[in-house]
Ligand binder design. Sequence first.
Ligand code: HEC
Ligand code: HEC
Length: 466
Amino acid sequence: MSIDLGILRASALALVVAWAAPAGAQGLPGQAMLGRQLFFDTTLSTPPGQACSSCHDPATGFRIPDSRVNLNYGVAVGALPRRVTNRSAPTIAYAAFLPEGPPSAHFQVRSNRKSMGELLFIGGLFWDGRARNLEEQATFPFQNPNEMNDLVHNVGSPELVVEKVRNSAYTDLFRRVYGANVFDQPTHAVFADIVQAIGAYERSPEVSPFTSKFDAYRRRQTRLTQDELDGMRLMTGTWNGLTVGLPYTKNAQCIVCHGIEDHLADGNSMWTFSCYTNIGVPKNPDNPFYAQTDSVTNPVGYNPYGDDYVDFGLGEIIYPINGLPRGNRGPGSNGHGDFLAINGGFKVPTLRNVDKRPHPGFVKAYMHNGAFKSLKEVVHFYNTRNLTTVPGEVIDFTQDDPYAHLQGQPLWPRPEVISPQALLNPTGIPGQDGGELGNLGLTDLEEDHIVAFLKTLTDGFVPEGH
Ligand code: HEC
Ligand code: HEC
């Protein structure tokens, strides 16, 4: 059986993905205004000094605004400066459009030698989908000891957050939005209002404006340069830059996971299907979380595994929900190992604003662990993940030990999680034996063109004559 996997996967997904409407945007405008105050309020952490925006700054596409932190760590630094998060901070822009969590399973047929079908998980917030929606998500950072650190006796304390808001500069606005007696409510009710307001801001057009050059191009308000056009065509594999069209000279397969819409009538392109997959990103050896092992000073947020820490991604969530250990490996597993093929699977992030930065020399950190520091590096990884220093040699990640018997040196460090079921890439050549990435056959210039196109996804473009 020979089926074009890319198209099959994309079209089947199109049936199951229903984008959530940004409900809050139509709600009280005051709610979003209040949410904005909360989002940028640096007094809400313990000690004061850290706001949501400290890790999600509009100037960087709502990600970490510190170039040195991105370069040296790749993950976020908490309100207590010696603490770090285990993962990088994703954008919050367009998160309002992600389907609600927890990630739900959809059966996906694949014509592959190793398996005829796979479970595809879709929906949820965080790199592993563990938060249901924006409102629930907003309860986490306050109560995370490695983030805003509002804990009392090592237990997350909504009381502490509510107390800080009660003493804030915008209590009048809070009363106007939620009623004069809002602060007479029980703590949990005020806390619910706080996260609802933050959610309303995150759902507002200010956070998801759809004003990139790409959006203007789709609305026929501007043209793309020759390089940008080539990048778009490589990413979609078609001459017209849509999912269906005359095949282009090469197909880098990007939209198989970073999904787009062909018609504006179907909505704006989100550049993600919100599904989870393991693309074989290496460990980030500079992540200070590996050394954050002190259970005495940080009993809730320390890393009990030290250097052996492995981030199983979706496997951190789905197995425990089903009463199995995280990653479901080794002693304590049900003997079936990673039977859902979800370990090392992370949410496919939107590509919108992926290049947004305050100045060209500013470094951003990419992927769940911030291992990559430039878009060129990311694209080069997709292009050559399966290759070694010996021309023509490929690493077959479906083998028990993909690194045995290699003649050359691998071009990339080994994936943080090698999962034969998820890294379906005997050759890495798109369309061949289930290959999607790893051996795309792009030239250096073609990589640059993809990067050029990715830059057109930055919001704030003003078309000429507008
Ligand atoms: C110390 C840095 C830090 C602070 C402060 C912080 N975040 Fe985050 N944020 C992160 C990290 C790291 C992640 C990813 C964590 C994960 O996936 O496990 C994240 C993830 C998110 C996501 C999920 C996005 C997606 O695509 O799934 C949202 C939404 C979000 N944060 C909103 C907020 C809000 C609202 C606040 C303030 C209440 C906040 N953050 C404060 C670091 C931070
Ligand atoms: C098989 C699915 C898949 C394909 C195909 C794919 N991606 Fe991704 N992409 C992902 C996943 C999953 C992540 C996050 C992985 C992680 O953090 O471990 C990601 C992350 C990224 C990031 C980092 C974004 C961020 O916020 O850190 C960029 C940039 C990116 N992809 C661009 C591309 C481009 C360009 C292509 C085509 C050459 C492509 N992707 C093809 C699944 C895919």
